[in-house]
Design a protein around this ligand. Structure first.
Ligand code: FE2
Length: 277
C-alpha cells in the first residue's frame, strides 16, 4: 500500500514542520534584546527566515516536487539560519569568518534540541546536509541527488532574499575602485572570495557574482525581474575590464534563463536507500 505509506510520511513531515515552526517562534523571541542593534538584527533574521521558507516552498512547487518534499523543503527554509540568532548576540556580527560558521552551529542546535526527531534518519540527513552547506562557497560532496537538490534549493531561496534585504544598502560611491584581484575574477566569471573584500566596489562585484552561483532559472528570473543586477551594474566604476565582466555576466544570465529547471530527483524516496542513514 504505497499510498498509505506516502500519506503517513506527509503527515509526519508536516507535523515536524508545524512543531519546528512553533519552536522557532519561541526560540527567535528568546533572543529579543533591549540593545537596539541586536534587536534590529534579530528582527531582520526573523523576517528573512519567514520569507526564505515561503520562497523555497514556491521553488519546490515550480520544480514539480510532491507535497511531502515541499514540507521538507519548507523545514529546511525554516531552520537554515537557526544559528544566526546566537551568533549575532554573542559576536555582534553576521560574518562567519570573524565569529563562527552559523550553518555548522545551526546543525548542532538542531541536534541539541532534537528538532528533527520526528523524521526518519535519511530525512534528517537531507535537512542537516542542506543547512550545513547553505552558506559555503560551494556545496560539498553530496551523498546522492536528493541531498544535492535540496541544498541547491535552499542556496537559491536564501540568495534571492539576500538580494532583497541588501537592495536598500547599495555600497557607497567612495571612488576607491575595484581591487585588482576582484576585477580579474569578474572578467573570468569566477566567484570572488568575499572575505577578501577591500573596497565598496568590490562589494558590488561580490553581489553580482552570486548570479553565477544561482542554480535554477526560476530564481535568476526573479533576480532579474526585480532589477537587482542592473542596479548594481549601473553604479559600477567605468572601465574596459568592468565592461567585459558585465558583458560576460549578462550573456551568462541570458543563457541560464533559457534552461529548463530540474531538481535532479523526482522524489526524496528515490534516495531513501542511498547516502547516509
Ligand atoms: Fe544563512
Amino acid at each position: 500500500m504505497p499510498g498509505t505509506e506516502e500519506n503517513s510520511r506527509l503527515a509526519a513531515r508536516q507535523a515536524v514542520l508545524a512543531w519546528c515552526g512553533n519552536w522557532m517562534r519561541d526560540y527567535m523571541k528568546s533572543y529579543y534584546n533591549e540593545d537596539e542593534e541586536i534587536q534590529r538584527a534579530m528582527l531582520l533574521k526573523e523576517a528573512h527566515t519567514g520569507r526564505v521558507q515561503k520562497i523555497i516552498g514556491e521553488l519546490a512547487v515550480h520544480l514539480g516536487l510532491s507535497e511531502e518534499d515541499m514540507a521538507l523543503a519548507e523545514l529546511i527554509g525554516l531552520l537554515h539560519d537557526v544559528g544566526r540568532f546566537r551568533q549575532f548576540t554573542v559576536y555582534r556580527t553576521f560574518k562567519d569568518h570573524l565569529s563562527e560558521d552559523h550553518a555548522a552551529a545551526g546543525v548542532r542546535l538542531m541536534d541539541d534540541h532534537r528538532l528533527l526527531e520526528g523524521l526518519l534518519p535519511w530525512e534528517q540527513s537531507l535537512v542537516r546536509f542542506a543547512v550545513e552547506w547553505h552558506n559555503k562557497k560551494a556545496i560539498g560532496p553530496a551523498p546522492d541527488a536528493c541531498h544535492l537538490g535540496f541544498a541547491k534549493m535552499i542556496r537559491d531561496a536564501d540568495k534571492l532574499d539576500i538580494y532583497h534585504v541588501l537592495e536598500p544598502f547599495l555600497p557607497s560611491e567612495d571612488g576607491s575602485g575595484v581591487s585588482s584581484n576582484f576585477i580579474e575574477k569578474f572578467v573570468e566569471g569566477v566567484q570572488c572570495d568575499y572575505t577578501m573584500v577591500g573596497t565598496e566596489d568590490d562589494k558590488k562585484l561580490v553581489r553580482l557574482m552570486w548570479a553565477y552561483d544561482i542554480n535554477f532559472a526560476w530564481t535568476l528570473r526573479r533576480i532579474q525581474e526585480r532589477g537587482y543586477l542592473e542596479k548594481l551594474i549601473h553604479c559600477l566604476p567605468k572601465g574596459e575590464k568592468v565592461q567585459r565582466g558585465v558583458a560576460r555576466l549578462r550573456g551568462y544570465v541570458e543563457s541560464k534563463l533559457a534552461e529548463k529547471d530540474d531538481a535532479g530527483f523526482q522524489s526524496s524516496h528515490a534516495c531513501e536507500n542511498m547516502g547516509e542513514k
